[in-house]
Unconditional design. Structure first.
Length: 704
């Protein structure tokens, strides 16, 4: 299978003749979704095409999607649903992903929306195509449609299987055919491919090094760009001294406002040159740093915005036998994807062709076009694989930079950010403070809940526990964050889940109840209860159980993109040095139809592994706009040596709508590890990451 990827932003009108000319021969099935279909609606659609596929003359199938593949495995799961409904072998599917001149518009690959929003569209398009081929087969074979069935790309007569015609034979000379308005989809009892574990279709390309990323693109005469960077991301360029590089043969320079770049056919020469360039910057005065930032937030007079409420919080407080009030802290986190932001561009005959490591090719096209004053149809994003994104490649400063440079020189240009640039210009997950006051009544149930998250969003903050009196607000103020912030794998949810589930554990302790039993007592929603019971069973939980000395267990619940997660973990705490080792994690998810169990399991494992980083080690050090954590030597992500045994359980619901699995598993990690630490040694931690120093301080303050 070959996979190609690209995108940008904003509805795009395609000329039908030009579109078909690019596609070539074969049957193109037109599938428009201007109205809701199978419960799915789209805010922005193309005039003619939204989801479509092409069955080629050789019988292979092109699947066109605006989504991109960045390691999450959708190039396999989307191919599965198409192959299922179209009745072809999955190895006959070629994914064409995100090319802004071939694929339908898509707002971007983020928010775990590919599976819940795109899967039904692809299935419906494939089912429509199947009906088209049955109709064509009936005409070709001269028999009624009701006598025909399809198997492995062949339409056959149920009365005589030798009387058949293949898709490849039917596509000759055909172009566009519209199918039925609402084709019938298969039920789970008829699935052959959906729900079955399938090895990733891009696996061979990636393990053999054949997979192409934006930095693998090589063009004739290409120049490598290096940009002079300030120490702080929001500094303004005052002056540049290039006297030390004027005698370097073949070196070119470009200045555009605050952007100054050197270019050379050798990346090493370009790097040596940029170091010799002297520059003066106007840097704003630092307002805070990574230590003082939480007090800075609380002192900034933020404005409150309510996101949920019910009952009377003050009345609930007065009727509670135990009241707990606590604050929880979480610092900035970097995306730290292995592939740094990269872009390659060629400006020729007034048109800019680009390969960009982006989650939003269509949005990137729009941003580049606006920055350069070009029509959008003069910018073509052609994207290959991404080496990780996690929300960090939604924003594409490198694409605008390389576009500005490429339009000023006569050769193609490639820009690959260094690791230092990646950290300096990252849009970090927001630091935040969460304030919670709550209480329980004489029956040991939660009586009131007052929740305030400062300077992060409310994703994952809404209650799924049964509480009669509750209120939730977010508090923020524009431009208060000292660093750039943005989406980060379930934005804000891991912070909110850490605060809520830590507090729930404390309420369970106050009620003198086992933390699993306490949660079950406070829940009614079966979509939360099922994964909690499933994870407890898989973990081997027993009420008030204890583990060996130095070890503890924890539980946490969460919800993200309508996926409910239950997680349990076993940790070991060294009371001498404060070191925490996570030994085992079990995760259960209620995520509807699981298209590819193997791919979903890998997503869960990846989320948990990444979550161990934010829970235990990841911390961005900064002073004002100056980021001090600039490499993996001082920003430690999870390692193979620290990865625990991970087990997964999925709630079986194959006839329901599929939901996204890219983000949910990460949200509970901080909470479950924090709760397990408390169970192991009695040390309650209120700030992530749980560094040895913080663990020791908590043990000395109140540990067993």
């Amino acid at each position: 299978m070959k996979t190609y990827i690209n995108e940008t932003d904003g509805p795009v009108n395609k000329d039908r003749r030009d579109f078909l000319k690019k596609l070539g021969c074969g049957v193109v099935v037109v599938f428009s979704v201007g109205t809701p279909i199978y419960g799915i609606t789209r805010k922005s659609v193309l005039e003619d095409f939204n989801a479509y596929l092409r069955v080629k003359e050789d019988g292979r199938v092109d699947l066109f999607t605006g989504k991109v593949e960045m390691g999450q495995g959708v190039c396999t799961s989307l191919a599965q649903v198409l192959a299922e409904e179209l009745e072809v072998a999955i190895d006959k599917v070629d994914m064409i992903m995100g090319d802004t001149e071939l694929c339908p518009f898509d707002a971007g690959t983020w928010g775990s929306m590919t599976t819940p929003y795109h899967d039904p569209l692809i299935r419906a398009a494939a089912a429509e195509a199947r009906e088209v081929f049955i109709k064509m087969g009936a005409e070709k074979l001269g028999i009624p449609q009701k006598r025909l069935k399809v198997e492995n790309g062949v339409v056959y007569d149920t009365a005589d299987r030798n009387n058949n015609v293949s898709y490849a034979e039917l596509t000759k000379g055909k172009k566009v055919i519209k199918g039925v308005a609402k084709p019938k989809l298969k039920g789970s009892s008829d699935f052959r491919i959906i729900g079955k574990p399938v090895l990733r279709l891009d696996a061979m390309q990636k393990v053999t090094g054949k997979a192409k990323y934006a930095g693998d693109v090589t063009l004739s005469g290409m120049l490598h760009a290096r940009i002079k960077r300030p120490e702080a991301y929001n500094a303004k360029l005052v002056s540049v001294d290039t006297s030390a590089i004027e005698n370097i043969n073949g070196l070119e320079t470009v200045r555009d406002g605050d952007l100054f770049a050197v270019l050379h056919e050798s990346p090493d020469v370009a790097q040596q040159a940029i170091v010799k360039v002297k520059a003066k910057w106007d840097t704003p005065k630092a307002k805070t740093d990574d230590v003082k930032v939480f007090d800075y937030f609380k002192d900034s007079n933020p404005e409150e915005e309510e996101f949920e409420s019910g009952g009377n919080v003050e009345e609930g407080r007065s009727n509670s036998t135990v009241v707990l009030e606590e604050e929880y802290y979480d610092g900035y986190k970097a995306h730290a994807s292995i592939e740094t932001h990269t872009a390659t561009a060629e400006y020729k005959d007034g048109k800019l062709t680009m390969w960009v490591s982006t989650q939003t090719p269509f949005g990137t096209r729009r941003a580049v076009a606006e920055a350069l004053g070009l029509p959008q149809d003069k910018v073509h994003i052609r994207q290959s694989f991404l080496g990780g994104g996690f929300g960090g490649k939604i924003y594409n400063q490198q694409a605008i930079e390389v576009a500005k440079i490429a339009t000023k020189v006569t050769k193609p240009v490639q820009l690959i950010w260094s690791r230092k640039e990646e950290f300096l210009y990252d849009r970090f997950r927001p630091a935040a403070v969460v304030k919670i006051s709550s209480g329980i009544n004489t029956e040991g149930k939660i009586n009131f809940w007052n929740y305030n998250v400062l300077f992060a969003g409310d994703r994952g903050a809404k209650l799924f526990y049964e509480v009669p009196n509750y209120k939730g607000v977010t508090s923020s103020r524009k431009d208060t964050h000292p660093l750039q912030t943005g989406a980060w794998r379930a934005p804000s949810n891991s912070t909110n889940t850490f605060a809520r589930e830590s507090h729930i554990d404390m309420l369970a302790n106050a009620a003198k109840m086992d933390p699993v039993e306490f949660r079950l007592k406070c829940l009614k929603n079966p979509r939360v209860i099922k994964p909690l019971k499933a994870v407890a069973d898989k973990f081997g939980w027993k009420p008030n159980m204890t583990l060996d000395s130095g070890r503890g267990w924890g539980v946490a619940l969460g919800e993200d993109v309508n996926v409910y997660v239950a997680m349990m973990a076993e940790v070991e705490v060294d009371r001498i040095n404060g070191d925490v080792k996570v030994r085992r994690v079990v995760c259960s998810q209620d995520m509807g139809q699981v298209v590819n169990p193997q791919g979903t399991r890998l997503q869960v494992e990846g989320g948990i592994t990444m979550g161990l980083g934010y829970a235990l080690t990841e911390h961005v050090r900064f002073e004002g706009g100056k980021v001090k954590s600039l490499n993996f030597s001082d920003y430690e992500i999870a390692r193979f040596s620290t990865t625990p045994e991970i087990e997964t359980v999925f709630i079986d619901d194959m006839d329901s709508q599929p939901l996204g699995g890219g983000e949910p598993s990460i949200i509970c990690v901080g909470a479950v590890v924090g709760n397990a630490i408390y169970n192991a040694c009695g040390a309650r931690l209120y700030q992530m990451p749980f560094t040895p120093e913080r663990v020791l301080a908590a043990i000395q303050k109140g540990g067993m």
